[in-house]
Ligand binder design. Structure first.
Ligand SMILES: *Cc1c(COP(=O)(O)O)cnc(C)c1O
Length: 350
């Protein structure tokens, strides 16, 4: 017998969205990737960093990713000491659990949202408590004082789409004894962000990702904004060279090209609104979304049937077997052309 820790032996492990091997032959709308390419400045920056013979790669990258903290800090209005860079926001979510939740201690999150928080907690041996949502899109039965070590709030919520109002999040921050982590992976597609709350509440952390809005899922880039004491703790935990040289170069170029980001997000939001309206016109229930995806329920509330029909037409969307979600589909918003084809397929499947 291999002497594994019992919590590792018992856990199933997270199953990410399917990445088909023949990816180019699919319309891929199952993992909220961006269908547009990243800023052209990203490619230039990577090639410049690499150099003609790849010579830059023989030395380690900046351990602290200092330049990135400066660029991100300036962008969000924080001193660089309030910023940490991560190898995808998943890395910093993991390190937050390691920093704040010991074995047997509790973390909480909303279900449905991002179930990877639970996987990370299982690795740590922490306990997990989930809270449902009310009809009015508030957390059901959130206690007057929440004593868990971390509460993760995905805002905009994925897979459903709505964002939580800033006043409401501020109220939650005041009710949490532990940390309140705002997973703002999709904030660039939303009308507003709650990042200002990091300045008002010492227990609030905001995480961001470059995977979706910046179209850099393949580079693995994310970040967190928090008080310097929290950042210092996270710096002790992370791999010291957590971002490679090419990722660092890509990140600076992407964050500096805000014009490209704004235009890309504008197109996706416009397509999201158009697509939501078209689906409603054929009888779907579509939750108003602030992300680059919509959660849509067909009239017969049989998400699996529509998933199978789309799959047969080489269109990949996300269906969750979870009973709270099985009636619908989470469909990422791609280009207008991709969504026109998807809509046509959905009309056929009706
Ligand atoms: C995609 C996603 C992440 C992970 O982002 P990476 O930066 O790619 O690690 C985290 N949280 C939510 C809610 C996501 O949808």
């Amino acid at each position: 017998m291999i002497p594994l820790r019992p919590n590792i032996a018992a856990m199933k492990g997270y199953v990410p969205g399917y990445q088909p091997p023949d990816i180019a032959s699919w319309i891929k709308l199952n993992t909220n990737e961006n269908s547009y390419p990243p800023s052209p400045k990203v490619r230039e920056a990577i090639l410049a960093e690499l150099g003609p013979d790849g010579a830059s790669l023989h030395t380690y990258p900046s351990a602290s990713s200092q330049q990135l903290r400066e660029v991100a800090g300036e962008l969000y209005g924080f001193d660089p000491s309030w910023v940490i860079m991560a190898n995808g926001s998943d890395e910093v979510l993991n390190n937050l659990i390691r920093a704040f939740a010991g074995e047997g201690e509790e973390i909480g999150y909303v279900h449905p949202s991002y179930s990877y928080y639970a996987t990370l907690a299982e690795v740590q041996g922490a306990r997990v408590r989930t809270f449902g949502l009310t009809e009015g899109f508030r957390i059901a039965d959130f206690p007057a004082r929440y004593a868990g070590k971390i509460f993760f709030l995905t805002t905009p919520n994925a897979p459903l789409g709505p964002v939580f109002p800033i006043d409401y999040i501020a109220e939650l921050a005041g009710r949490c004894d532990g940390m309140l982590v705002l997973d703002e992976t999709y904030a660039e597609f939303a009308e507003f962000s709650a990042v200002e709350l990091v300045k008002r509440f010492e227990n609030v952390v905001v995480t961001r990702s470059l995977s979706k809005s910046y179209a850099l899922a393949g580079m693995r880039l994310g970040l967190a904004i928090a008080r310097p004491e929290v950042i210092a703790a996270l710096d002790k935990i992370r791999d010291h060279y957590n971002l490679d040289r090419l990722a660092q170069a890509a990140c600076v170029a992407a964050l500096r090209d805000q014009e490209y980001l704004a235009e890309c997000c504008r197109k996706i939001r416009a397509t999201r609104e158009w697509f939501s309206g078209e689906l409603r016109a054929i009888g779907y229930d579509v939750i108003p979304s602030q992300g680059n995806y919509v959660f849509a329920t067909p009239p017969d509330r049989n998400g699996q049937r529509v998933y199978d029909g789309l799959y047969a037409r080489k269109i990949l969307v996300r269906h969750f077997a979870d009973p709270l979600l099985a009636h619908g589909l989470r469909i990422s918003i791609g280009t207008r052309e991709e969504m026109e084809k998807t809509l046509a397929a959905m009309k056929e499947i009706q």
